[in-house]
Structures are given as structure tokens and as C-alpha cells.
Design a protein around this ligand. Structure first.
Ligand code: CA
Length: 224
């Protein structure tokens, strides 16, 4: 496992480096947002651990910039535990959020879980393209096309769309979508899901693609 650690606090960074090296993972520390982004751009990382309170950039800005170019899983590690901070980080494309102080065993478990999900998503499969009318979702390449034109989706928007496209015309429960796309660790509000659905609808150019099913959740359906 190759981990990029973007954290300015030397004592926290030191403890994390020790814990990760103890299980023979490779960890590269960066002390600022800019250093972190530069290292991230070089590629080859399995997971990024990202502090929000950095000296130059806020971690949320690092996430936003990182998500323009990479799908590498990002776990936010922050003393900021407010729901608003968590929702913002996850909406910007972070994959998990761990509030300081946390135990190293929990950190290792979260890294493994995020990495496992990412690897499964990246695995080639025979049925890698889901087709719903004029919409095509290539799960292996993580690209979606509407009438042949590629949609520009954030990783989580893609996950939501792929989830719904895997079983179109079926009403999917909000809780189930949240659990599948954001993992069981995320007990946040469904506002995050609503925001992603709204954004995917906009990108699909017709709100009828994703229908809200009252009291249940959402259904993907080609508009007539
Ligand atoms: Ca900090």
C-alpha cells in the first residue's frame, strides 16, 4: 500500500507514519497542500490521507483540485467533526472522513476498506457497460456517455449514476444508496445524496432521468 499523507502537524504525522510503516506500508508525508498536490500529481498512490487545517490551502480546496485529475481515494483526517465540514468534504469527492483524535487501528481499517472498494470498482468485468436507453455507463473505465457524448462527473456522481443504472426502473432506497456509495461508515444526512442527484440530473440535461420516489428514494428511467 502506498499512502500519501498530507498533514502539517509533525506529532500526528509521525504517529501515522509509525503506524503505517509498522504494517509495512509505504507512506510519504507532505507538510502543505501545495506539496501534497504536487506529490499526488506524480501518481501511483493507493490512498491519500488529508488534513483539512493546512498552512497554505484548506484541505477542502486540496480535495477539489485533486478531484479534477485523479480518482485516488481520499480519507480526510480532521479535528473538524461538524456535519457541515463532513458533508462538504464528501461532496467534494473525499471517500471517507475520520475525526481526530482517532486510534491507529481504526485508521488502518478505514484505509483497507476504502482501498478495497476502489479496487473492486476498478476491476474489469465482462459486463462493464450498463446501458439504459441512450445512456451508457462504463463501470470499468468509470466513464458515462449520453447519446455518445461523455458526461463530466465527479467520482461520487459517477458512483450514484452507476448504482442506479445497474438496476434501472427500480426504486432504490436512500439508505441503501448511501451505504453502497458512501460506505457504512457514513451516517450523515441524506442531503449529500440529494445534492449529488441534483447535480447528475443537471448533467443529464433532463431531471426526469432520475425520478424521486416518495418515501423511498430514487429511480433511473429514460425520459419519454
Ligand atoms: Ca493541521
Amino acid at each position: 500500500m502506498k499512502v500519501l499523507l498530507i498533514e502539517d502537524d509533525p506529532s500526528i504525522a509521525g504517529a501515522i507514519v509509525d503506524a503505517l510503516e509498522a504494517v509495512s506500508w509505504s507512506v510519504t508525508p507532505a507538510r502543505s497542500g501545495h506539496d501534497g498536490l504536487e506529490l499526488l500529481a506524480r501518481g501511483g498512490w493507493d490512498v491519500v490521507l488529508l488534513d483539512l487545517g493546512l498552512p497554505d490551502l484548506d484541505g477542502t480546496d486540496v480535495t477539489r483540485v485533486a478531484r479534477q485529475t485523479t480518482n485516488t481515494p481520499i480519507i480526510v483526517i480532521s479535528a473538524r467533526g461538524d456535519e457541515a465540514d463532513r458533508v462538504l468534504a464528501l461532496e467534494l469527492g473525499a471517500d471517507d472522513y475520520l475525526v481526530k483524535p482517532f486510534g491507529m487501528r481504526e485508521l488502518l481499517a478505514r484505509i483497507r476498506a476504502v482501498h478495497r472498494r476502489f479496487s473492486v470498482a476498478a476491476e474489469p468485468s465482462e459486463e462493464s457497460t450498463l446501458t439504459v436507453g441512450q445512456l451508457q455507463v462504463d463501470v470499468r473505465q468509470r466513464r458515462a456517455f449520453l447519446e455518445g457524448t461523455e458526461l463530466t462527473l465527479t467520482p461520487k456522481e459517477f458512483d450514484v449514476l452507476a448504482y442506479l443504472a445497474a438496476d434501472p426502473d427500480t426504486a432504490h432506497r436512500r439508505e441503501t444508496i448511501l451505504q453502497d456509495v458512501w460506505d457504512m461508515n457514513w451516517y450523515g444526512s441524506t442531503k449529500t445524496l440529494d445534492a449529488h442527484v441534483a447535480s447528475v440530473r443537471k448533467k443529464l440535461g433532463n431531471p426526469d432521468w432520475i425520478q424521486a420516489v416518495r418515501g423511498v428514494g430514487f429511480r433511473l428511467h429514460e425520459p419519454q
